[in-house]
Design a protein around this ligand. Sequence first.
Ligand SMILES: Cc1ncc(COP(=O)(O)O)c(C=O)c1O
Length: 427
Amino acid sequence: MADYLKMDAAQRQQELQSLQEQYQQYLAKGLHLDMSRGKPCTQQLDLSMDMLSLNDYTAADGTDSRNYGVLEGLPEARAFFAELMGVSPSEVIIGGNSSLNMMFYLVELGYRKGFADSPRPWAKEDTIKFICPVPGYDRHFRVTEYFGFELLSVPMTPEGPDMDAVEQLCKDPTVKGIWCVPVYSNPDGYTYSPETVRRLATMETAAPDFKIIWDDAYCVHHLTDHPQSTPNILEECRAAGHEMRPLMQCSTSKITFPGAGVAAVAACEENVQYILQHMMPMLISYDKMNQLRHVRYLKNKQGVLEHMKKHRAILQPKFQLIQQTLEQQLEPCGEIAWWTKPHGGYFISLYLQDGCAKRVIQLCKQAGVVLTDAGAAYPKGIDPNDHHIRIAPSFPSLEELETASLLLTLCVRIAALEKLLGASVSA
Ligand SMILES: Cc1ncc(COP(=O)(O)O)c(C=O)c1O
C-alpha cells in the first residue's frame, strides 16, 4: 500500500483495479451484517437478566410500587438518579423507559405551553430555532424538526460545540435551545471541556427561556481506566444565575435494557415542579416496578460503575478491533480518511474526503453490510460535505466486525481512488 495522494493516475488505476477484485470476493460471500445502530449485543443484555428475579415490590417508604401513584418517581429511584447526575433528589423526575421520550415531551411542553420562564408558548413565535452541534444524534434533530423548528448546525470539536458560533447564534431571540451530548458524544465520542460547559452556563441568550437539553446518555459508559466527565451543568448554570436553563437527561437503556430501562430528567426545582404539573393530566405514574428493580439491582453509582465494567469487557475489544483495522488499512493510504478515538460511549466517527460517504455506504450495502445512512448525523439527514460515517461497533460479534471493518476500509479506499481519478467508476 502507498500514499494515494502521491500516486500518479496510472498507479491509482492499477490500485483501484486490484481493490475491485477484492470487492468482488466480498460480493460473492453474501454477507448480512448490520452496523447501523448503537444497540448492545445479546451478551450485554444477558448481563442484567438477574435484575428480573426481583419479586418484592414494596418500596422503602412502604409504597406498593405495583399500584398507581408517585408521578415524580419512587424516593429511592430519585436518590439513585440524583447521585448519578450529581443533583438533589428533589431535582429529579423519574420517567418511563426512554429518555428520548422525555426529551420529546419537554420540547413539546416548550412548544405547547412554554416553560415557567417563557414569555409565551414557543408555538406562538413566528420562528423557532434550535442549535444542533454536528455531527450529532439523528433522533435529537428529528424531534426539533418534527415541531417545525429551524435547525442551526454548529460544528462539534473535541472540546464540544464551537462555542464562538453558539454564543453568536444565541444573540437571536428566536433561538430557544441547544442539543448536547456532553460525555462521549454521539457520534464523535468527544467529551465537553470544562471551558465549554462554563461558556454554555454563563453565555447571554436573547431568549429568556433558552434551554440546554443536556443528554447525558453515556455518562457511565467508559472504555478506559480514565473515565471522562464534565462539570455539572446545573451547578454551573446556577452559579451563573441561569438555573432554569438546563434540562438534563439520563437513562439505563445502555446499562440494563434499551426499551425496558428507566429514564430520568434533572433540572432545578422550579422546572421540576412546572414539568410535573404539566405531566399530571397525561399520566398517573410511570412504571415504579421497573424503578424498584433497577435500584435494588444496581444499588447506587458505585454499583452502576461496577456493572459497566462488564459492558466494557465486551465492548472494548470491539472498539479496539475497529481502531486497528482503520489504522492498518487506511493510514498507509495517506490522508484519505481520519477517525475519532473515543474513550467511551457507543460510536466512532469516520471522516472521509468530501463527497465519498454516500458512495462508501452504497458499496458496503451492495456487499451486505448495512451502516448508518450517510448524513444521518446531520439535520434533515444531509451532510453538506458528504464526508461523515458513524460506526457502531457494539452489536456485531468480533468475527462479524472483523469482516465488516475490512470491507468498510476497502470501500473507503475504492471511493477515495474514484474521487482522485475524477471518475465515478461503478463497482
Ligand atoms: C445520545 C443518545 N440519547 C438518547 C438515546 C436513547 O435513549 P433512550 O433509550 O433512553 O430513549 C440514545 C440512543 O442511542 C443516544 O445515543
